[in-house]
Design a protein around this ligand. Structure first.
Ligand SMILES: [Zn+2]
Length: 443
């Protein structure tokens, strides 16, 4: 049985184990992940009896539930991440971040919303289905990585899980991950309910622009210093933005969202192609729209010499890029090389190509939509688009239908992810597992 009490207890139990990730593997405490795995084993006994469990990489979890073979559907993969971001300034927390406190109708703590609730949601649903004797006709996999919050760190766990599936010839028909979900009365000035099924996300990459120089004493500065060249490069990047353009997933997202309001801008956004000339100046002025319609380049870090009276031998800036589909790492690198002054070199620090956008309609997408319509009559479905990134991007390599759909109902009263006072109302905790019970049984 799926009950508020059980969902709350299990999520609180997970939150009490601080599975904080770090970009440096050596700085991660994997004993905490071990503790979490032990906790899951006790909390979800049937899953651990009936499903095959493998540890992937240092602490990745891959559960396999063999189907009866009676369904023609390709395998279903449900994913989330075990890791959380650090708690930050403890004094800002109303309740301690790792005690799983229930107060004011909410469960408080790091990971309650991002995204141990998604782990709970999936596990609760599968445990319940096992209790009822259900077995899927298709193969079902559950994958939980351990370094989503640090962009995969020194080796993305989600990538390792995808490699494992690929090596075994598993071709998923649908993947469901965190983000998106059902919201009520708090989005874009629209009072009704919205189901956001996120179909695409931007690509993440960091490039370094650097200048190497002979350095020396600052009392005898050269005519063209490293910093001068670098400054020219920075200005060139700012003045040569990637062009604005329309991609299918952004267009679908923006047009569907625009139908929820009727202000002047929304009316134009309902037909992005038809109104492109009028929209361009609006997009340029609006940082959010701007980010949707082109590859962004944010200059975020700079370094020169170590001391005020030393000329730098190496001066550099980091540009964090968020790429639209089509702008590969090569395209971005060439763009920078074309515009920076001579003497400035360009180097990819890390990143990947933007993942392929998922189909706007498929068995999986349509099923999410129909369950939402059944659960919340009158709900509007929007194909979502994410400016940030999730573990989903690795799965896009092996599946055309990767959807970020968080399964819970949100009424705008969750505590913020990645900040102090992250919390989730307990009375909606069954909405996630109940969604997955329907999805798994009808897929
Ligand atoms: Zn997350």
């Amino acid at each position: 049985m799926i009950t508020v009490e059980k969902c709350t207890e299990h999520l609180a139990g997970m939150v009490r184990i601080p599975t904080v990730s770090n970009a440096e593997l050596a700085k991660m405490d994997f004993s905490k992940f071990q503790q979490l795995h032990d906790y899951l084993r006790v909390s979800y006994p049937l899953i651990h009896q009936k499903l095959k469990l493998e540890i992937i990489g240092r602490a990745g979890l891959l559960y396999s539930w063999k189907g009866t073979g009676k369904s023609d559907q390709l395998p279903l993969v449900l994913i989330a991440h075990q890791d959380v971001v650090p708690e930050g300034d403890l004094s800002l927390w109303k309740y301690p971040p790792y005690e799983g406190v229930v107060a004011e109708g909410k469960l408080w703590g790091r990971g309650t919303t991002d995204c141990k609730c998604n782990m709970m949601s999936i596990l609760e649903a599968v445990e319940h289905l096992l209790e009822t004797g259900f077995q899927p006709g298709y193969d079902l996999y559950i994958g939980f990585g351990y370094n989503e919050e640090v962009m995969g760190g020194e080796g993305p766990a989600a990538g390792l899980i995808v490699d494992t599936l690929r090596d075994r010839g598993v071709k998923p028909g649908c993947v469901i991950d965190e983000c998106g979900g059902v919201s009520k009365g708090n989005r874009m000035g629209y009072e009704g309910m919205i189901a956001s099924i996120v179909v695409a996300e931007k690509g993440y990459s960091d490039f370094e622009l650097y200048v190497e120089h002979k350095g020396g004493h600052s009392s005898v500065p050269p005519k063209d210093s490293a910093m001068k060249l670098l400054a020219q490069a920075i200005i060139a990047v700012e003045e040569n933005q990637f062009p604005y353009r329309i991609t299918e997933s952004v267009k679908a997202n923006v047009e569907a969202s625009a139908r929820l309001s009727d202000d002047e801008k929304s009316l134009l956004l309902r037909d992005v192609e038809g109104n492109w000339d009028k929209l361009l100046p609006i997009i340029e002025q609006d940082p959010y729209l701007s980010a949707l319609f082109h590859t962004t380049t944010a200059i975020t870090m700079a370094s020169g010499s170590e001391q005020a009276n030393i000329l730098p031998q190496r001066a550099s800036v980091i540009i964090n890029c968020r790429a639209l589909e089509g702008d590969t790492l090569e395209v971005i690198q060439e763009h920078f090389e074309d515009i920076v002054p001579q003497g400035v070199k360009v180097r990819l620090v890390k990143g990947g190509n933007p993942p392929r956008a998922s189909k706007l309609h498929s068995h999986g997408y349509d099923l999410i939509q129909s369950i939402c319509e059944e659960n919340y009559p009158g709900i509007v479905t929007i194909p979502g688009y994410m400016l940030g990134g999730t573990d989903s991007r690795y799965y896009s390599d092996i599946c055309e239908n990767v959807y970020r759909f968080g399964s819970f109902l949100s009424e705008g009263n969750w505590g913020p992810a990645h900040a102090a006072n992250e919390c989730i109302p307990v009375d909606i905790l069954t909405t996630g597992p109940e969604f997955f019970v329907k999805f798994i049984t009808r897929y």
